[in-house]
Every structure is written in structure tokens, then in C-alpha cells.
Write a protein that binds this ligand. Structure first.
Ligand code: SAM
Length: 242
């Protein structure tokens, strides 16, 4: 089982720190696309967390099941109204099996990068494929690796500089790894978190899908389905089972 980087301290503050991601302007287009892909069937969320997407998706009438390895994050989800309609299986989403067949599986907010080896990321695609029915869809939202922004010889890149949070990534290009360093300045103290990730290229994800018997159906720059271009800094990709 991979290490849990979402322990009680992180879970306690997660919804406050990332509240902007729960804004309806962010969530509504995500739910819209996922409900469309579910098409009356079930949805599987990998890394369901505190239910930012699962809860509004259930309210939209889509049955959702989630996988997560953090007891603390899932406890936060289960304390929310509407959570009684969501099934949760504890485990690693690269390998954990859930009963039944799904129309759509989704892995958002860069969470594929929480799997820190290529083998685990490939296993995740294979695991998803084994849960999908014919024409089932797998959706990933993830950043495009930001190496073009890294000056030659540098390995640190800031992604948030604000009075309450300093965040910067530390790249290990040889390993295709990065560590996201967070300095949270709250209540007169500083909390430092440094979870590890593996960044992954769009074409590499397509190859992982191919290994798992799926093919790219759509790739957009965002949930509003704007075209993916050379300037896009993230993508929302949909692979489909035959
Ligand atoms: C950034 S949070 C995102 C939560 C939710 N999907 C959202 O968009 O708000 C990532 C979640 O994925 C879970 N997670 C990370 N790696 C995992 C793994 N290998 N297996 C299962 N859950 C994992 C974490 O515990 C956490 O709850």
C-alpha cells in the first residue's frame, strides 16, 4: 500500500485550504461531463477524498462508489449530508477491486501523480479497465509537466506565493519525480508538508491506456471542453474501452 499523505492533520484542513476548488464554477462543469459519461450507469471515483465531486455527482442522480486509502479523508466525507448514498472501499486505487461494473471512472486534481512509479500508474489504468463495461470511459484531470517553465539548471519552481501559503515543486528530471513543498502559515505557526509525486506526459498516459486495452476518445484543456493546445497547462482526457 502506498504511503498515506492525507493523514488527520491534512484531512482536518483540506476543505478550508482547497475551498476554491469546491466553488460551483469549478465543480459544475466537472459534474456535467461526468454525468454525461455515466449515461445512466455507475461512476467510480479513484481518490474520492472528502467528496468534493462525488457528493454533487450523487445529487445529480449518478450512483458513485469511491476508493481511497486515507481513513481521515473518508471520515470527513462520511460526516457530510448525502454521503450515506456513496459506497467507499478503502485501499490503493491502483489495485483495489470493487464489486460491479461502471460506466465511468475518474481521477481528478492531479491525483494520478500520487502514484510515484510508472508501474503503479500502469496498474491503475489496468485496474480501471477491469471495472468498466463496454464503451466505459476513464477520465483524468492532470497538469502537463511544467518543465518548460524550469530555467536551465534549476530544480525548484513556485506554484503559489501568498501570505498564508508558499508552495513550490522540486523536480527530479532524471526520475520523472517531483516533491511539492507546502509551507502553510496559519494560527501563528508554520506547517511544512512535502508529498512526493510522479509527473506524467499526455502521450505516456495514452500508452498506459493502450496497455490496458483503452484508446483516447477526447482530450481538452479543461472541463469546459476548450481545445487542448501547446499552451495548455493541464488536460482533461477521456479514454474509452472498446
Ligand atoms: C488531492 S485529494 C483529491 C480528493 C478528491 N478527488 C477531490 O478532487 O477533491 C487526493 C485523494 O486521493 C487519495 N489517494 C492518493 N493516492 C491514493 C492511492 N494510491 N490509493 C487510494 N487513494 C489515494 C488521498 O487519500 C486523497 O483523499
Amino acid at each position: 500500500m502506498p504511503e498515506d499523505h492525507f493523514g488527520p492533520g491534512v484531512a482536518e484542513r483540506f476543505d478550508d485550504r482547497y475551498g476554491y476548488q469546491a466553488d460551483p464554477a469549478v465543480v459544475d462543469p466537472m459534474v456535467e461531463l461526468l454525468a454525461e459519461l455515466a449515461g445512466g450507469g455507475r461512476a467510480l471515483e479513484l481518490g474520492i477524498g472528502t467528496g468534493r465531486i462525488a457528493l454533487p455527482l450523487v445529487r445529480r442522480g449518478v450512483p458513485v462508489h469511491g476508493i481511497d486509502l486515507s481513513e481521515a479523508m473518508v471520515a470527513k466525507l462520511l460526516a457530510k449530508p448525502g454521503a450515506e448514498q456513496i459506497g467507499v472501499t478503502m485501499g490503493d486505487f491502483a489495485t483495489t477491486r470493487v464489486e460491479g461494473v461502471f460506466s465511468v471512472a475518474y481521477l481528478v486534481a492531479n491525483t494520478i501523480m500520487n502514484l510515484t512509479t510508472q508501474e503503479e500508474q500502469v496498474a491503475c489504468f489496468r485496474n480501471v479497465a477491469s471495472h468498466l463495461g463496454p464503451r466505459g470511459a476513464f477520465v483524468i484531470e492532470v497538469q502537463v509537466p511544467r518543465l518548460r517553465r524550469l530555467p536551465p539548471g534549476e530544480r525548484f519552481q513556485p506554484f503559489d506565493v501568498s501570505p498564508h501559503h508558499l508552495g513550490f515543486d522540486e523536480y527530479d528530471v532524471a526520475r520523472q519525480g517531483l516533491v511539492s513543498h507546502h509551507y502553510w502559515i496559519e494560527d501563528g505557526g508554520v506547517e511544512v508538508l512535502s508529498p512526493p509525486f510522479r509527473y506524467v506526459w499526455p502521450s505516456e498516459l495514452d500508452l498506459m491506456a493502450q496497455l490496458a486495452g483503452m484508446a483516447l476518445r477526447d482530450r481538452w484543456e479543461d472541463w469546459q471542453r476548450r481545445p487542448f493546445t501547446s499552451e495548455s497547462d493541464k488536460h482533461v482526457s477521456v479514454w474509452e474501452k472498446p
